[in-house]
Design a protein around this ligand. Structure first.
Ligand code: FES
Ligand code: FES
Length: 167
């Protein structure tokens, strides 16, 4: 057991954790944050993506004890109160899910993708989004609406950040 201090969705968390516990299991079983899904446990599907210190990470690939001091955000932590994150709103508006199993990972990867491209001052077009999503598998949707949702969310986030024009 190792004592671990994390910030999860803005709240401090301190726990004794077995050294072999994966972050995905820690989130789901210790903290009951079951929005993070586990589809493969072998780093293939992307259903378990969360943000660690602001970057997308497959939580089935990280040991909880290796993240002492880290800030972790899960799908439960991206909305602002009752207001959906623009990525969540775009997935809803574009019907970008069917069974929903992949959706938390898709949304967390999508947010990370938009943040990275904006920080680099690069455009995020449909072809780039498809390439970026190679680590996230969806067995239902055929990806078209997921790509549209991420494109739309990128535009919404960009628009929200644009300076207001003087009247
Ligand atoms: Fe982590 Fe599939 S459960 S990549
Ligand atoms: Fe079912 Fe993506 S919506 S796996």
């Amino acid at each position: 057991m190792t004592n671990v201090n994390l910030t999860v969705n803005g709240k401090p968390v301190r726990r004794d954790v077995p050294d072999t516990t994966l972050l995905s299991d820690f989130l789901r079983e210790d903290l009951r944050l079951t929005g993070t899904h586990v589809g493969c446990d072998t780093s293939q599907c992307g259903a378990c993506v969360v943000h660690v210190n602001g970057k997308a990470v497959k939580s089935c690939t990280a040991l909880a004890v290796s993240l002492d001091g880290a800030e972790v955000t899960t799908i439960e932590g991206v909305a602002q109160g009752r207001e959906l994150h623009p990525m969540q709103a775009a997935f809803n508006d574009h019907h970008a899910l069917q069974c929903g199993f992949c959706t938390p990972g898709m949304i967390m990867s999508g947010i990370d993708m938009v943040n990275r491209y904006r920080a680099a001052g690069k455009d995020l077009d449909a072809e780039t989004i498809r390439h970026e999503l190679e680590g996230n598998i969806c067995r239902c949707t055929g990806y078209h609406n997921i790509v549209r949702a991420i494109e739309d969310a990128a535009a919404r986030i960009q628009g929200a950040d644009a300076p207001a024009h003087a009247a």
